[in-house]
Design a protein around this ligand. Structure first.
Ligand code: PHE
Length: 360
């Protein structure tokens, strides 16, 4: 049959040159559509004499197959090119941070509260809370500090002003977290194991004192609690908190109205070169007061001292934050200086856990 070779060359050429789906479809219709050139020729086969048809039939079939295959291949190539172009255009560096670094940071005091809560939770202590505006009774009387007791003067208390005729009980800004001992005992009874982190207030201001600061109270009450357990808990806490193997504590006999016997605890540290280091050196820094809960205090909390004993401690959170993170001046904690916060602050989304590492 005439001209097949020319047809073949033209269509294969046009298919190769088709730049998109639409152009390719136009070529297909021109060749193989109902009125397409190849289709029309095939339709004419019927009118041929048998000899000529024997030659022309297979040749046309072969051409049709070849054009169809070329169309399929070109269609696939066009689809690949479209995908490739899209991938290039929508390219994304997945190693870039998904969001800009959050602007805020966690204050060292909050960080340390999270850390110590994780450590004491691991030892079975739950968190208890109490109000910062506290009754005089919870802050003093219930803790075995009667009105004429000298300890009241030592606490440099902020008293709340009362209007004449106001006969509600007198209130103070709590001078320590110890009133939470009373509240926890009254609310939960014995046995009991709680810590109470929070703000406390005293009228005092110099390089190591601010009128507001933070303490964490600890209280464990059970049938046979001993001073040895108190010591173990505090040593265990300090090792975990400071993340230093060689933490060394010194227990000094002391006096608190609400514990008997009482001990103050110092931690060994060094100030060499103005750098504060824990667990080495010849300096000692007082970090907490502690002791066995006084029977009067148990009674104030509705707990029978004939059946239950307990230990308690109160620790300065700001102090241990300064020690752990080498922060020299306490006053800076409360100045809200953004430069200070950026320097000493912690990433907002990293919650300290024991297995995850406290301060990483
Ligand atoms: N409340 C005491 C203080 O503020 C600390 C303390 C708590 C001491 C519990 C003994 C037991 O100094």
């Amino acid at each position: 049959m005439d001209g097949l070779e020319a047809l073949r060359a033209r269509y294969l050429g046009e298919i190769g040159a088709a730049a998109d789906e639409a152009a390719l479809e136009a070529v297909r219709l021109a060749a193989l559509g109902r009125k397409g050139e190849i289709s029309l020729r095939m339709r004419k086969l019927g009118g041929m004499d048998p000899e000529a048809r024997k030659v022309a039939g297979p040749a046309l079939n072969g051409l049709r197959d070849e054009v169809e295959a070329a169309l399929r291949a070109r269609r696939a190539a066009l689809a690949d090119a479209v995908l490739e172009a899209r991938l290039q255009a929508e390219w994304l560096d997945v190693t870039l941070p998904a969001r800009p670094r959050p602007g805020g940071s966690i204050h060292p005091v909050s960080q340390v509260m999270e850390e110590l809560t994780a450590i004491f939770a691991d030892m079975g202590f739950a968190v208890a809370e109490g109000p910062q505006v506290e009754t005089d009774w919870h802050n003093f009387d219930a803790l075995n500090i009667p009105p004429e007791h000298p300890a009241r003067q030592e606490h440099d208390t902020f008293f709340l002003h009362r209007l004449e005729g106001d006969n509600r009980p007198p209130h103070v800004l709590r001078t320590h977290t110890s009133p939470v001992q009373i509240r926890a005992m009254l609310a939960q009874g014995a046995p009991l194991r709680v810590i109470a982190p929070g703000r406390v207030y005293r009228m005092d201001m110099d390089q190591t004192h601010t009128p507001m600061f933070h303490q964490v109270e600890g209280l464990a009450i059970d049938r046979d609690i001993s001073m040895a357990q108190l010591k173990w808990v505090l040593e265990e806490f300090c090792r975990a908190f400071f993340e230093v193997e060689g933490v060394e504590l010194r227990f000094r006999a002391s006096h608190f109205p609400f514990t008997e016997p009482s001990a103050e605890v110092d931690i060994r540290c060094s100030w060499a070169g103005g750098q504060l280091k824990i667990g080495e050196g010849d300096d000692w820094l007082e970090i907490l007061g502690s002791g066995m809960v006084h029977p009067h205090v148990l009674r104030s909390g509705g707990v029978d001292p004939a059946q239950w004993q307990g230990f308690a401690f109160g620790m300065g959170i700001d102090r241990i934050a300064m020690l752990k993170y080498g922060i020299p001046d306490l006053r800076a904690f409360f100045e809200s200086d953004l430069r200070w916060l950026r320097h000493y602050g912690f990433a907002a989304l990293e919650v300290p856990t024991l297995p995850g590492g406290l301060s990483r």
